[in-house]
Design a protein around this ligand. Structure first.
Ligand code: VG1
Ligand code: CO
Length: 541
């Protein structure tokens, strides 16, 4: 059946991670249908191809799965692999795409954004390598949305996702699988489960917070069943449509309960949380928060603790605003280190080409060549593996790391829900100032470079520009400014701050104090508090 559209939607441009809008917007007549039609017209290999489909369980997940199945059948897919209750984490989806030689996947998630009828919904498109579709594909999908006159769909009553099984919609088969077990087998190949299990069962209590989102079922099987941690180790382990009203973003603000447990309490040695779709992770030790940029560096430095990485790393990569902590490790190891724009899609080519093994972002994302997405539970397992091997606390690992490599004090300040006009005026003003900043003094140092970051992909030669404003200082400090591509209410300004202190400097300062000069210098230069009317950021990480 063909459904005619009277107008095209002009606001369906995928951002940092797919199309992300309010649930209400996705409920507008034909809104979701239009975007899905554009995906099926653009993604290579749809006719006769296999697609992986699932989501983080948020409000809208089931409706979208029904619709995509019917539209997929109309577009001639041969098979869709989906999961019981439609629950599928982003990393598990990436793995399923790869092991089933699928043409790609559609992941229904707005990741760390809140969910429910008043929250957000999102559609992420992945390609055959299991990673987020590259910009050329998302740009083509967007152009397609601008000129849609109709979409194709089959009339069919919805199929049950209660149990594993096989169904048909027209000629297309729908395979409903348990979305957890393939992912856990992969983890068992990468890490030494016996070793981790022995360690956590021997007086090393851990807590994991799934924030009522997708990782609950994975984490319960992983920590409580396979690794033998006590029942109750996984908190908020049942995926809820509105995440129980909480914000499924694993940071000190939104995962406060877990943060308090580890930072103020004395009962647990290790804590971790993942985001809505399971690709982000937060790592905590007793009295110790691990900054995500440091986490990437620690994993790189200790990669040989995990069996799958024992032969060493090909190279590493980090996004531009991520601190250079991993660069110093790469230099020490004598391996290449790449700097990419924000968003996981830029790591895909480097991973596919065998140029890197590990990669990560400051936004609580860490991953490796085992899949093509960042992977929250993988990072948690890697930390447990390192702790089990070294028999040290998280705080001891960090202080040993800093005394060997020096410390990159780092923080991100987010100013959320600013009006779009104010945000773009602020940003454009700083961008215009950049050329005149070189050689000027800033926070007691001198500016050596000020630009808008652009990236030349070393694998396919493509150029991606305007990826964020950078101010680099002669003492190695950096301040970066970006406007978020995942927010849905007004604009979010992200200010990234970094200062390096060498091995013999003061390694035990509070990061906000260590960065205080940079913080006030960027505030007066960019007029952040003056223009936004906000005296403090919404979230400080
Ligand atoms: C944010 C993060 C970025 C991450 C992206 C998707 O993007 O900063 O590092 O890749 O979210 O993560 P932005 O444009 O808002 O800064 V997720 O967990 O939504 O897949
Ligand atoms: Co996510």
């Amino acid at each position: 059946m063909q459904v005619l559209l009277s107008t095209s939607f002009t606001d369906q441009k995928p951002g940092t991670s797919g199309l992300r809008k309010s649930s209400k917007q996705f409920e507008e007549t034909h809104y979701l249908e239009s975007f899905i039609e554009a995906i099926f017209r653009t993604l290579p290999g749809v006719e006769g191809g296999v697609l992986v489909l699932g989501g983080d369980g948020r409000y809208g997940n089931r409706r979208a799965i029904d619709l995509i199945l019917r539209m997929g059948a109309a577009h001639g897919l041969s098979k869709v692999i989906t999961t019981v209750d439609g629950i599928l984490s982003t990393p598990a989806a990436s793995h399923l795409i790869r092991i089933n030689q699928a043409i790609g996947g559609i992941i229904l998630s707005a990741s760390h954004n809140s969910g429910g009828p008043d929250g957000d919904f999102g559609v992420k498109v992945n390609g055959a390598n299991g990673g987020p579709a590259p910009e050329a594909v998302t740009d083509a999908i967007y152009s397609c949305t601008l000129n849609l006159d109709k979409y194709k769909i089959i009339e069919n009553s919805s199929i049950s996702l209660k149990n594993p099984g096989q169904h048909y919609i027209g000629d297309m088969s729908v395979e409903v699988i348990d979305g957890v077990s393939d992912y856990l087998s992969l983890m068992q190949k990468l890490f030494d489960f016996d070793r981790i299990s022995e360690y956590i069962r021997n007086d090393f209590p851990i807590a994991f917070d799934a924030l009522n989102a997708v990782t609950g079922p994975y984490a319960i099987d992983l920590f409580e069943k396979l690794l033998g941690a006590p029942i109750g180790t996984v908190r908020n382990g049942v995926p809820l449509e509105d995440f129980g009203g909480c914000h499924p973003d694993p940071n000190l603000t939104y995962a406060k309960e877990l943060a308090d447990l580890l930072l103020q309490g004395n009962s647990h040695c290790f804590g971790a949380a993942c985001d809505g779709d399971g690709d982000r992770n937060m790592i905590l030790g007793k009295g110790c928060f691990v900054n995500p940029s440091d986490s990437l560096a620690v994993i790189a430095a200790n990669a040989n603790c995990a069996p799958a990485y024992a032969d060493g790393l090909l190279g590493v990569a980090r996004s531009m605003p991520t601190s250079a902590a991993v660069d110093v490790v790469a230099q020490d190891l004598g391996i290449p280190c790449f700097e990419t724009p924000t968003g996981w899609k830029f790591f895909g080519n480097l991973l596919d080409a065998g140029q890197i093994t590990l990669c990560g972002e400051e936004s609580f994302g860490t991953g490796s060549n085992h899949i093509r997405e960042k992977d929250g539970l993988w990072a948690v397992l890697f930390w447990l593996q390192i702790l089990a091997q070294k028999q040290l606390s998280v705080a001891e690992i960090m202080s040993q790391h800093w005394s060997y490599y020096g410390r990159h004090y780092y923080s991100r300040h987010d100013y959320e829900a600013i009006s779009n006009d104010i945000a773009s005026q602020l940003y454009n003003r700083v961008e215009l100032m950049l050329p005149s900043l070189v050689d000027k003094s800033f926070a007691g140092s001198f500016i050596t470079c000020a630009d808008n970051f652009s990236y030349h992909d070393p694998v396919d030669g493509s150029l991606t520009s305007a990826q964020g404003l950078r101010i680099l200082l002669d003492d190695g400090s950096r301040v970066m400014l970006r406007l978020s591509g995942t927010g849905t209410k007004g604009a979010t300004l992200r200010v990234y701050l970094e200062r390096y202190v060498s091995q013999n400097g003061n390694l035990n300062q509070n990061p906000q104090q260590a960065l205080s000069e940079l913080i006030s210098a960027i505030d007066s230069m960019a007029e952040i508090s003056k223009r936004t009317g906000m005296s403090t950021p919404t979230v400080i990480t």
